[in-house]
Ligand binder design. Sequence first.
Ligand SMILES: NC(=O)c1ccc[n+]([C@@H]2O[C@H](COP(=O)([O-])OP(=O)(O)OC[C@H]3O[C@@H](n4cnc5c(N)ncnc54)[C@H](OP(=O)(O)O)[C@@H]3O)[C@@H](O)[C@H]2O)c1
Length: 224
Amino acid sequence: MSTDLPDVSGISLGILGGTGDQGKGLARRFAIAGHTVLIGSRSEERAREAAESLAGLAGTVRGADNATVAAEADVVIVAVPWDGHRATLESVRAELDGKIVIDCVNPLGFDKQGPYALPVEEGSAAQQAAAVLTGSRVVGAFHHVSAVLLLDPEVEEVDLDVLVLGDDREATDTVQALAGRIAGVRGVYGGRLRNAGQVEALTANLISINRRYKAHAGFRVTDV
Ligand SMILES: NC(=O)c1ccc[n+]([C@@H]2O[C@H](COP(=O)([O-])OP(=O)(O)OC[C@H]3O[C@@H](n4cnc5c(N)ncnc54)[C@H](OP(=O)(O)O)[C@@H]3O)[C@@H](O)[C@H]2O)c1
């Protein structure tokens, strides 16, 4: 695979909903890689507590409300649950203008038969983000990474490829490079944003695999 990706080592990352397992896990890994990370929350206090729990890593971790994080970070990751997705993005639309926004949200339902993909009017969570954030450069990524592994101090390398989807080559290259800042992870371009729906939906299969085999499985793309 071409390794001609930009140097992203100086990029600061903001995480909306960064107090949850996924956001905190990504924050932890990016801070280990030396990035400044801003953890966002609806509550400044919860954000500060989450940031304090990640003190002592190579990069600085700070907490603030979602709007402040959206305004101050170079690149912003959306890690809120699907049911808060649209409203969260609408509330920080102005702050995210012009920025790369990484959406890792999986619209899933759960019933007695397990996880399943929910229908999304726009096609996918990432496309909904693009529809709301018309001034931002929306990229889909980190859908399949296990928060449990991201948070586990005994896991030095996270063994998976992160599929990166988007319509802006410079933005997808940047996010591929950011994915590669997590030890063990490789960012692989996965197509235009209109192909994000099946990547998000595939998480239902991944969760089924994890439940059957009691694993934290990830996908690898061969021959690239
Ligand atoms: N967990 C995983 O392994 C994993 C893997 C890949 C992708 N994802 C995706 O990442 C996202 C976050 O997952 P998670 O497990 O970390 O979820 P979570 O813990 O349920 O939620 C993350 C944070 O979002 C905020 N939040 C909750 N409800 C909200 C609402 N209605 N509006 C705005 N903010 C709200 C909360 O922070 P405050 O209360 O502090 O605001 C919460 O700590 C999900 O969309 C999921 O599909 C998760």
